[in-house]
Structure formats: structure tokens, C-alpha cells
Write a protein that binds this ligand. Structure first.
Ligand SMILES: O=C(O)C1=C[C@@H](OP(=O)(O)O)[C@@H](O)[C@H](O)C1
Ligand SMILES: C=C(OP(=O)(O)O)C(=O)O
Length: 409
């Protein structure tokens, strides 16, 4: 499905309810599978959460998690530690290009039985669950934090707990802290000091409900919408000031674009103020990789240049997001330079209209470019990709005045 987007009056008023964070949901679901006394509310309704939920019920055989990176990584650790379970864990063709060797090596060091069925270092994996008796492991931390979170999630269920020694510069660190805080919430003893994570073994947890906060990465598109619109007031429900999600730091970034965020009764309210356009925005997104596309497109729409660095993980996500961004930003008339870890966008004063944006099987390409319809009509290809993290995205956009027309390519 392709969609033609525009926003006739560019004023924005409305209330949006996004479901729970997919990162929090997927962690909490793995913990719940290990410790059934846990209850959860406000689970994400994303595809990535549905595939994980289904996979956790398997009694063996083929498990296909499609495009879900967290599901792939978390389940590799989970299945490897389930004695007696035999699975073949696979995913989409892109998932078969996303590396998993560092996690597999760490699990093998702990005693796991995992084999590559096709390309060495990549899914599909044949996993034969075993009791993992070793309790200390080293893992390189500069490629994906998901490998580390995967190990942390099974740590307390291992008979001797787990010490994880991180090597190199830690990337996407807020996601490791999210995992740590979730363990603390359930009274699992865990600490992250320097480059060492220590998790104590625990045989059962007290029954406790965890209310998942709504997804800040999904909320980011409304920050971009607020920044690109003329005026308005947007309320987003189920958000808190003290968030486990690193992407909540978007508040500070969008302050630069004149967006004032206030909290009331578990809601956030976004208001646009007059602001002085920065000429060039410099940001290191090592801790917030999922915001890169949102921010780059906001800058394009506002005619602001940006230098984004710390983007080395973008090449191994749903697509090579650096190349995808360069290709699509340039279609609008922008001038973009990329390296393996950075993107530089020159200020662009005029945007070309009716551009067709390719989405590369990447939900964030579709959602990041959609707000640009407040500036020029545009077309998004394969718009259904949004369901990976935010299935109601298009309906929610319609509710705040976007015109969305299905078109054939
Ligand atoms: O742990 C998580 O929930 C995630 C970690 C990040 O991945 P990397 O650590 O691979 O950067 C992020 O990009 C992804 O969307 C979700
Ligand atoms: C990178 C992402 O997800 P994952 O790595 O879990 O597929 C994302 O949602 O932007």
C-alpha cells in the first residue's frame, strides 16, 4: 500500500494514545516467561511484540520472528538457556543479514549449544537449550546493546547468576539501563558499574504488575509534527517524567525547535513556541539511534542543517539507515553527506513536491518522513511497514488532520 499525504491547514490539535514501548514490552515478556508471577499492562501492540509473545509459547521447531531485532537477540539467549528445548530461530531476509555472532559466542562461552544453519555469524540458528552453569562472560559492547540486554534478561534465571564484562565503548547505553531498571523493579539484584554488569541468581519473583509506559520512539514523530506545523497542541497519553526509555531525551532536542513539553496526569502536552532557528544542529545520537531519522527529517522541513554523529549502529538496523536517509532526503532537494557513523545535512530552502519516499522495509523511514507532509504533499511507499512498531500510525495521523489517500504506485 502506498499513501499520498498532505495536511490542508497545518494546524494541529488532538489527543493520541500510543501503546506500550516495544523495548519495555519485549524485555518484560521474556522476564515473564522466566518468572510467571509477573503481570504486565499496556503491552505494545507492535508486530515485534506479537512475534516475540508467540515465540515464547513454542514447544520447539521453527520460530520466525520476521524483522524484530530485539526478539531475535532476546530469544537466542532465552532458548539457549531452556534445557530440553530445540528450536530453529530465523527471521526475514534482512534479519539474516543482521549480525548475531557476538551474542552467540558469549552464550557458547557460557555453555550454550548454538549452530549456524546458513551463513556463519547470522540467523537462522539451531539452538538446543541447555542448563548454563558458567557465570562469567565477556562481550564486545560497541555493536548492539541488544546482545547485552539479552544476556541480562536471562542472568537471574541462571543457577549461578551472571557477570558480564563489557569490552570497548558501550553503544545505545540507555537500553542497557532500561534492562537494569526493569530487573530492579522486580527486585532482582543487579548492578552496572564501569564496564561490568553483575546479576544475582533468583529462583522466583514476587507477584507484581509492571505498567509499561507508552513508546517514546513512536512519540518522536509527534515532536516532529509539532515542530513542522504552524500552531497547535498535541496530547500524548501514558507518558511519565521518569522514563526508562532513553528516547524520552527527545524533549531536550526538540526544545531547540521551539517545542515546549509539559507533563500532567501521565500525559505529555506538546506546544509550539516562536523560536530562533539554529543554523546548524550538532548532535551525538550514540544513545538515541532510533531518533536519527526523525531529527534529520525535521531539520530538512525547517530548512536547518544538521551534523549527526554516533550513528555507527544504523547500518545494521532494518535497513542501512544512513544510505536510506541520504537517498530519500536528497529526493527533496537536500544535499547530504554520510560516513559509516555520521550524517551531514546542508540547510535546504526549497522542498520538491510530490516526492515518492521509499521505505526499505523500515517502519522508521515511513514514520520519519510523514510529518514532512505539513510542508509539501508527498507519497510514502509500502506504508504498511509501520506495523513493526506502531500499527495505528496512519489512523492517528488522520485524527490530527492529515489527509491520507491510498494510491497505486
Ligand atoms: O534494546 C532495545 O530495545 C533496542 C536497542 C537499540 O538497538 P542497538 O542496541 O542495536 O542500537 C534500538 O535501536 C532498538 O530499536 C531497540
Ligand atoms: C532498530 C529497531 O528495532 P530492532 O533492532 O529491534 O529490529 C527499531 O525499532 O528502530
Amino acid at each position: 500500500m502506498n499513501v499520498q499525504l498532505s495536511h490542508p491547514d497545518t494546524n494541529l490539535f488532538g489527543e493520541i494514545q500510543i501503546t506500550g514501548s516495544k523495548s519495555e514490552s519485549n524485555r518484560a515478556l521474556v522476564l515473564k516467561a522466566l518468572f510467571p508471577s509477573i503481570s504486565l499492562s499496556n503491552l505494545s501492540n507492535s508486530d515485534d511484540t506479537s512475534v516475540l509473545q508467540k515465540a515464547l509459547k513454542t514447544s520447539g521447531g521453527l520460530v520466525d520472528i520476521h524483522h524484530a531485532g530485539t526478539a531475535m537477540r532476546f530469544l537466542t539467549a532465552y532458548f539457549a538457556s531452556r534445557e530440553g528445548l530445540e528450536v530453529v530461530l530465523t527471521g526475514s531476509s534482512r534479519m539474516q543479514e543482521r549480525p548475531i555472532e557476538l551474542l552467540v559466542n558469549a552464550l557458547k562461552d557460557l555453555g550454550a549449544d548454538i549452530n549456524y544453519l546458513e551463513k556463519e555469524g547470522f540467523p537462522p540458528l539451531k539452538i538446543t537449550g541447555k542448563k548454563l552453569l558458567k557465570s562469567s562472560v565477556n562481550v564486545q559492547a560497541n555493536i548492539s546493546s541488544q546482545y547485552i540486554s539479552a544476556l541480562m534478561l536471562i542472568g537471574a534465571s541462571l543457577p549461578n547468576g551472571l557477570i558480564i564484562n563489557l569490552e570497548g565503548q558501550v553503544t545505545s547505553a540507555p537500553y542497557i539501563n532500561m534492562t537494569l531498571k526493569l530487573l530492579h523493579y522486580f527486585d532482582i539484584e543487579a548492578k552496572f558499574e564501569g564496564q561490568v554488569i553483575t546479576i544475582q541468581s533468583k529462583s522466583k519473583l514476587e507477584s507484581r504488575t509492571f505498567e509499561i509506559e507508552s513508546d517514546w520512539s513512536s512519540a518522536s514523530y509527534y515532536f516532529s509534527i509539532a515542530a513542522l506545523g504552524k500552531q497547535g497542541q498535541l496530547n500524548l497519553k501514558n507518558y511519565k517524567k521518569e522514563s526508562l526509555q532513553g528516547d524520552s531525551k527527545i524533549i531536550r532536542i526538540y526544545h531547540e525547535f521551539g517545542i515546549e513539553t509539559s507533563f500532567a496526569d501521565n500525559e505529555i502536552l506538546l506546544l509550539k513556541n516562536n523560536f530562533e532557528k539554529p543554523k546548524n544542529l550538532h548532535l551525538d545520537l550514540r544513545n538515541m539511534p532510533d531518533l536519527a531519522q526523525t531529527i534529520a527529517v525535521t531539520c530538512l522541513g525547517l530548512g536547518i542543517g544538521c551534523e549527526l554523529k554516533g550513528l555507527h549502529t544504523l547500518k545494521i538496523k532494518e535497513t542501512d539507515r544512513l544510505v536510506a536517509l541520504k537517498n530519500e532526503l536528497e529526493k527533496f532537494g537536500a544535499s547530504v553527506e554520510i560516513t559509516d557513523s555520521s550524517l551531514s545535512l546542508a540547510p535546504c530552502s526549497t522542498l520538491r513536491e510530490n516526492i515518492e519516499v521509499e521505505t526499505y522495509n523500515d517502519h522508521r523511514m515511513a514514520m520519519a518522513f510523514a510529518p514532512l507532509a505539513l510542508k509539501v504533499p508527498l507519497r510514502i511507499k509500502d506504508a504498511e511497514v509501520v506495523s513493526k512498531s506502531y500499527p495505528e500510525f496512519w489512523e492517528d495521523l488522520e485524527s490530527i488532520g492529515f489527509s491520507i489517500e491510498k494510491v497505486s504506485s
